[in-house]
Structures are given as structure tokens and as C-alpha cells.
Design a protein around this ligand. Structure first.
Ligand code: NOJ
Ligand code: NOJ
Length: 578
């Protein structure tokens, strides 16, 4: 008994500590985060000299790591936060930045780059130079979350302008760029690409989820402004992608696997970011869209957080029911593999979002799926629905709030007194690491703090969705059922009698680099060898021709050939053997 009351006294102190720590930190850090974010936006941001108007630099760090570029993903997430501030009336003075962003993205979409042109996959290019020219170095490309995130930000803005009588600007200036992104998403959501961490080339939970959201919102906007021709197509692909989204769930592990490839545990901040960036308070605790308070998203958060308890020295000795420093994914080795500010803050934000909905609906449900999460905070809690009037509701929501504040307190503990937020903090001693003043870190602080205050982002139509009972056949990424384009490969090659030319490359339709199964070309127009193949549209495909003679295979010289396939249709590729 004595021991128990001592324990609860310790608890209470711990609780008060996390809470006051969070309050004091937020009061100080909020304005710093906002200033830090604005300093990184051109043309007049204090730390973004050289950036065009409306261009968000990822970080002022020019070298080690080189982050003085503009990423479509980071920029869209940053502007999503800015747009929320304007829409909610928190800070209407930010509006000129949004107008600049719109203009910058109108230009950027048209910049031909290593992923292609605007109509042949170029929208999947992850990053550009800050003067809005193409970045041509090697990179993990394409990254298909970018166009989805950008269109989400701009659709939210468009909806706000429609509600405030600005329909002609929406139709004439916003819709054309939104439509380019949505067409890209509709045509390519089921193809593989690099994940948000730019490392794994596969399908990715975050990417699929934001693609779904963009198509869903896009269909509604199109309908609202009379662009009816695209509504059915976007809606069909929204349904298909929502269906596919369900397949990431790992029922035995009780978490959402981040990527379909990559050979990792699959426990990844990707999934927590999904939950906060597709939050819709009107959708309740819907698990199909992975709402923050859904049983699946909470179970997932629990598994994700626990994956970092034993790997970072900064987490040693922290009891299993308290907040810890978390990073991108446990296997991360980038800069030594460390906790990230934006990942730790995302955990807090998801829990604040969940609290908003439980309080709003006046109840909280513990299911078999979420029970391990809740039991870690309130041992022995049973499966059931608890009304706001019950002590269990009070206990659980207080415990969740404390837990959430603990993640903010972790960030507070490892933020230098200047309030500057880098990308990472050291796994051993917590000192800031990697890119300084990461714009995305600042945005993540602003959105987490807003959620703690009970602010909800605009609704996007997640409520009342039905997951198709069977997913459309062949809609899995890379599965070949997506939009395709018919490509005629012609190669000029002189051969000796009995020697033949074949083709293989990086996609299923080109036999995945298999010389044995390579596709035979015909020599009807010798010395032009030719074959027409149906391959995925809007895709970067690598390939080579090979010769086979008496069973011996000869490959063309390096590097691999590359085509960025256009939107559905047909296309002729003329090459000469090398
Ligand atoms: C830079 C990328 O931005 C980062 O996400 C990645 O971890 C490293 N390259 C290593 O691939
Ligand atoms: C590396 C991160 O992995 C990626 O998500 C981000 O877009 C870039 N850094 C730029 O901040």
C-alpha cells in the first residue's frame, strides 16, 4: 500500500513535469518555429537568399548535408501548415506567401527534369534547385507523394477561396495546376516509386494514403467547380487506392508496414505521419483511413514507439509507459541513425488529434487491436466503449495527454536554448545533428502545438467512406494493371546469321532484367530490330538490349538506357546498339 501510494506520487510528479515542460516549451518555441519556417521561404526569408518567391528551402545547410534545394514534399507540408493558419484565421498575414507558392509551383511543374517532362512523369521529381531549375544529379526518383501533397494543400486553399467568393481564381489559376498533379496521381498511384525517406523503391503507406486523400478531395473540388469530366475517374482511383491502403496492415505485428519493399521491419514514422496528415476530425476513429484515434493507428503508434526504446542511448532507463525519442525507422543509418524532431513531434500530434476526437464524440473505444496501447498507459483496461462520463474515459484521456506531452518534452529536452530545430538529435547525447533549421521540423512543431490546443485541420471528406469489398484486380503497385503505354522499341543493330536481339529492363513488362526471359525483337526491317510492348505509363524505366548467339548473351555497354514513359497512349523509341 505504502509502495503503491509512493508510486502514484511519483507518477503525479512525472505527469506535472511533462505537462509544465510542454507548456513552457511551447510558449517559447512556437514563435521561434514560425519565424524559423518563414526564414526559409523565398524571396525575402532571412536564411533563404537566392530562393525564388514562394520557394521553400529544405534547410539553409549548403553542405554536409546539402539541403539548399526545394523538395516538393517538404514544401507542400510547410504550405499546408501555412494555409491552415490563414484559413483558420490564426494569421491572415501569411496570404502573400501562398500566392507566391502557387506561382512558383505553376513554374516548377513545367520544368523538365530527370524524371521527365510535365506530361511524362516529371511531376514525380522530388527536388529542384532553389532558382527553380532542374536538379540533375543522381537521386531516388521518382517520389510520388509530392504531387499528392501539393494538390492537397492547393485544394484546401481552393476550397477556402470558393467559400469566400473567389471562384474565378480557383478555376483559372489553381485548377490547372491541381489537375496536373491529380492526373499524375490518378495515372500512377499504383506504380512503385521512392518512399518519403528517398531510399526504398516500392509502394509506400504514406504515399498511398496521401494519394488517396488527394484523389478524394480532387473529385469533390472538380465537382464543385463544374469540372465534371474527371470526377468519375478520380473517384474510381480513390476507391482503388483506399482498397490497396488496407493491404499494408500487418495483423500479427499489429502495425502498418511502411513499405512493400526495402527488407526492413516496416516500423516507420511514415505511418504516424500518415495518420496526422490525413486527419479528418469528422471521420471519427475510422480505421480504413487510419484516423489518429482509430484502433489500428494507435496500435501502430505503440509498436512504432517501442521500436526505439532499446536502440538509442538517450532512451535508456525510461520506463516502458513513458515517451521516448523516436526517429524515422529503427534500421536508419543516415548520419548514424538518430531520432528526428519531426518524427517525435508527429507522435505527440497523433495523440493530440485522437484526444480532440474522443472529446468531441464523448466516448472512447478500446478494441482488441488497440488494447495493448491503452493497457500500457492504464494496466488492465478492458476492451469496451467508455462514455465521457466514466472514470475510465477520464483516466485514459489523461494518460494519453500525459504520454503525448512526454514526446513534446523529449523535443524540449533536446532543443538548444536558441530554439533552433535541426533535422535530427543525437542518439547518444541528444545534441542537434544533420541539417540545421530544417523547415519541416519547424512546420511539425507548429502543427503539433496547434493540435495540442485542440485545433483541427480542415475536413477532407474522410467521413463515411466505404472500402470496396474486393480491390480492383491488378491495382497493386507495379502489378501491371495500371495505366499503360504502348512503346515500340526500335534498335539499329547489325548481327551475324543466327544472332538475335532481345530487350529486358527494370519492370515486369520488360521481364525484370532477366536475360533468359528477355523479349525477342523482330528483324522484319533489318538492320532495325523492333518490338512493341505495353509498359506502365508515367514511369521511369531502365532497359538494355542484349544479343544472343549460340546460347551466349552479350549486354549493351553501360549505363542503362532510360525512358520516362508518357501518359497512356503510344510512343516510339529509336535507339542504336552500343
Ligand atoms: C539523402 C536523403 O534525403 C535521406 O533521406 C537519405 O537517408 C540519405 N540521402 C541516404 O540515402
Ligand atoms: C531527407 C528526408 O528523408 C526527406 O524526407 C526530405 O524530403 C529531405 N531530407 C529534405 O528535407
Amino acid at each position: 500500500m505504502r509502495f503503491l501510494s509512493l508510486l502514484s506520487a511519483v507518477w503525479t510528479v512525472g505527469f506535472a513535469f511533462a505537462q509544465s515542460n510542454a507548456d513552457a516549451f511551447i510558449a517559447k518555441e512556437g514563435p521561434i518555429a514560425k519565424a524559423g519556417l518563414l526564414a526559409n521561404i523565398g524571396p525575402s526569408g532571412a536564411k533563404s537568399q537566392g530562393a525564388q518567391a514562394g520557394v521553400v528551402i529544405a534547410s539553409p545547410s549548403a553542405t554536409d548535408p546539402p539541403y539548399l534545394f526545394t523538395w516538393t514534399r517538404d514544401s507542400a507540408l510547410v504550405f499546408q501548415a501555412i494555409i491552415e493558419q490563414v484559413i483558420s484565421g490564426t494569421d491572415a498575414s501569411l496570404r502573400p506567401h501562398i500566392d507566391n507558392y502557387v506561382r512558383s509551383q505553376t513554374i516548377l511543374q513545367q520544368v523538365s527534369n530527370p524524371s521527365g517532362t510535365v506530361s511524362s512523369g516529371g511531376l514525380g521529381e522530388p527536388k529542384f534547385n532553389i532558382d527553380l531549375t532542374a536538379f540533375t544529379g543522381a537521386w531516388g526518383r521518382p517520389q510520388r507523394d509530392g504531387p499528392a501533397l501539393r494538390s492537397i494543400a492547393l485544394i484546401n486553399w481552393a476550397n477556402h477561396l470558393l467559400a469566400t467568393n473567389n471562384a474565378s481564381y480557383v478555376t483559372n489559376s489553381l485548377w490547372p495546376i491541381i489537375k496536373l498533379d491529380l492526373d499524375y496521381v490518378a495515372n500512377s498511384w499504383n506504380l512503385t516509386g521512392f518512399d518519403l525517406w528517398e531510399e526504398v523503391n516500392s509502394a509506400s503507406f504514406f504515399t498511398t494514403a496521401v494519394q488517396h486523400r488527394s484523389l478524394r478531395q480532387g473529385a469533390a473540388l472538380a465537382k464543385a467547380i463544374g469540372q465534371t469530366g474527371v470526377v468519375a475517374g478520380y473517384t474510381t482511383q480513390a476507391d482503388n487506392s483506399l482498397c490497396f491502403l488496407q493491404s499494408y496492415w500487418n495483423p500479427s505485428g499489429n502495425f502498418a508496414t511502411a513499405n512493400t519493399g526495402g527488407g526492413r521491419s516496416g516500423k516507420d514514422s511514415n505511418t504516424v505521419l500518415t495518420s496526422i496528415h490525413t486527419f479528418d476530425a469528422e471521420a471519427g476513429c475510422d480505421a480504413a483511413t487510419f484516423q489518429p484515434c482509430s484502433d489500428k493507428a494507435l496500435a501502430n503508434l505503440f509498436v512504432y514507439v517501442n521500436a526505439f526504446r532499446s536502440i538509442y542511448t538517450v532512451n535508456s532507463g525510461i520506463p516502458a509507459n513513458q515517451a521516448v525519442a523516436t526517429g524515422r525507422y529503427p534500421e536508419d543509418v543516415y548520419f548514424g541513425g538518430n531520432p528526428w524532431y519531426l518524427s517525435t513531434l508527429a507522435v505527440a500530434e497523433q495523440l493530440y488529434d485522437a484526444l480532440i476526437v474522443w472529446n468531441k464524440q464523448g466516448s472512447l473505444t478500446v478494441t482488441a487491436v488497440s488494447q495493448p496501447f491503452f493497457a500500457s498507459l492504464s494496466p488492465g483496461v478492458a476492451v469496451g466503449t467508455y462514455a465521457a462520463s466514466t472514470s475510465t474515459f477520464t483516466t485514459l484521456t489523461a494518460a494519453v495527454k500525459t504520454f503525448a506531452d512526454g514526446f513534446v518534452a523529449k523535443v524540449a529536452q533536446f532543443t538548444p536554448s536558441s530554439g533552433a530545430l535541426a533535422e535530427q538529435y543525437d542518439r547518444n547525447d541528444g545534441h542537434p545533428l544533420s541539417a540545421v533549421d530544417l523547415t519541416w521540423s519547424y512546420a511539425s512543431a507548429l502543427t503539433a502545438f496547434a493540435a495540442r490546443e485542440g485545433k483541427t485541420p480542415v475536413s477532407w471528406g474522410a467521413s463515411g467512406l466505404t472500402v470496396p469489398t474486393t480491390c480492383e484486380r491488378n491495382t497493386s503497385p507495379g502489378g501491371g494493371g495500371g495505366p499503360s503505354v504502348s512503346v515500340t522499341f526500335n534498335v539499329q543493330a547489325t548481327t551475324v546469321f543466327g544472332e538475335n536481339i532481345f530487350l529486358t529492363g527494370s519492370v515486369e513488362a520488360l521481364q525484370n532484367w532477366s536475360p533468359d526471359n528477355a523479349i525477342a525483337l523482330n528483324s522484319d526491317n533489318y538492320p532495325i530490330w523492333s518490338v512493341t510492348v505495353s509498359v506502365p505509363a508515367n514511369t521511369r524505366i531502365e532497359y538494355k538490349f542484349i544479343r544472343k548467339f549460340n546460347g551466349a548473351v552479350t549486354w549493351e555497354s553501360d549505363p542503362n538506357r532510360v525512358i520516362n514513359t508518357p501518359a497512356p497512349g503510344s510512343f516510339i523509341e529509336n535507339d542504336t546498339w552500343r
